[in-house]
Design a protein around this ligand. Structure first.
Ligand code: SF4
Length: 353
């Protein structure tokens, strides 16, 4: 055990149940090994609401810490070991622009509600709550999109156009049923020339990390590993997902790895998602099967900003009560909290807590 690992272990022991460390699956193993709870966005959001600890340290990107702080109880504090770790996709949906677009879409009297992936800022979640919409994750996107389509004439899905289309397809929608909005910084470009009456309107954002994975990678792996099974996260391009044997949330991919290890020992599973998770699955099931990443270097640089050393800094600050500027508890914009909370709780209510 190195010095940093030993120091973290000692502080965890000292704080006991007053501390809870949460970690997203995309975190590095050196961080994950200290976490009390690991999960994908949905699992962590669900668990955050039930935690009793005074101090919640969230090893993930900023929007995850915001969601945990939003669901935290009075007196609980949420800390991020690296407050500059941001989700690039979340930053693609600016709240003011989303408001402008929603107003344009509703101008003709049509009922349009927003459905936002959890990978969005607090301010964007607040817009979603104000316009009667909800949040979703990749694990429950199908349930939430079905709900939203029943509630409105059109659904504005944001920010991930890939997840939106992949989910729409699962519900039987075709390319004629959706439209990727053309926007600039001021709003919709020539709205009269866009098919805005389609049921599924997609914000033009995506995850740059999953977008690195290409259809050619699937073909290359199938040639190199005949008989392999290929699964990928629905943040990947729909053309890639079409070539896969299965697709689903991070939890689905973890379950697939466990299933293949148990049911098909010696076989090969190719997993298309963030590489830290794939490498962890490969190690976990190394004795039973081969698990390989699809593509190369699909590592989220922002998730990677959280390190074991930064986790120790945060824990030391909690113990001493002394925080360097910008590293204290997550502070939320008070005005955004009620509508943002509403959009998150709507998801938890619809999907069962
Ligand atoms: S992998 Fe993509 S969606 Fe996930 S945190 Fe990184 S940029 Fe955001």
């Amino acid at each position: 055990m190195n010095d940093i690992t030993a120091a973290i272990t000692a502080i965890r022991k000292e704080l006991g149940p007053r501390l809870c460390i949460m970690g997203h699956h995309y975190q590095h193993d050196t961080v994950i090994r200290h976490c009390d709870i690991t999960g994908d966005s949905l699992e962590l959001a669900r668990q955050a609401a039930g935690i009793a600890a005074d101090h919640i340290v969230f090893c993930g990107v900023y929007f995850m810490g915001e969601s945990a702080a939003l669901l935290a109880k009075a007196g609980q504090r949420v800390y991020l070991p690296e407050p500059d770790a941001d989700c690039m996709m979340a930053l693609m949906a600016q709240p003011r622009l989303a408001c402008t677009v929603l107003e344009t879409l509703r101008a003709g009297g049509r009922k349009v509600i927003p459905l936002a992936y959890v990978n969005t800022t607090l301010a964007l979640k607040a817009v979603v709550g104000e316009y009667g919409g909800a949040v979703c994750t990749s694990a429950n996107a199908r349930i939430m999109l079905r709900w939203a389509l029943q509630e409105a004439d059109s659904v504005l899905f944001l920010p991930d156009k890939h997840l939106g289309r992949n989910t729409g397809r699962q519900l039987g929608l075709t390319p004629d049923d959706w439209h990727i909005l053309r926007c600039n910084g001021r709003g919709l470009i020539e709205p009269e020339k866009q098919p805005l009456d389609r049921p599924l309107l997609l914000w033009p954002g995506c995850c740059a990390i999953h977008a690195k994975l290409k259809t050619g990678d699937v073909q290359a792996m199938r040639s190199a590993w005949p008989g392999c099974r290929v699964v990928a996260h629905p943040e990947c391009h729909p053309d890639l997902i079409e070539l896969c044997d299965g697709s689903g949330s991070t939890s689905f991919l973890i379950g697939e790895a466990a299933r293949i290890a148990q049911e098909s020992p010696g076989s090969t599973l190719i997993v298309g998602t963030e590489e830290n998770l794939v490498q962890r699955l490969a190690q976990r099931h190394a004795a039973a099967c081969h698990i390989l990443p699809l593509g190369h270097n699909a590592v989220c640089p922002h998730m990677a900003k959280v390190t074991e050393a930064k986790l120790l800094d945060t824990l030391s600050s909690i113990v001493s009560g002394q925080f360097a500027p910008g590293t204290g508890p997550v502070q939320l914009e008070e005005a955004h909290c009620p509508p943002a909370r509403q959009s998150l709780l709507r998801m938890l209510d619809i999907c069962g807590r």
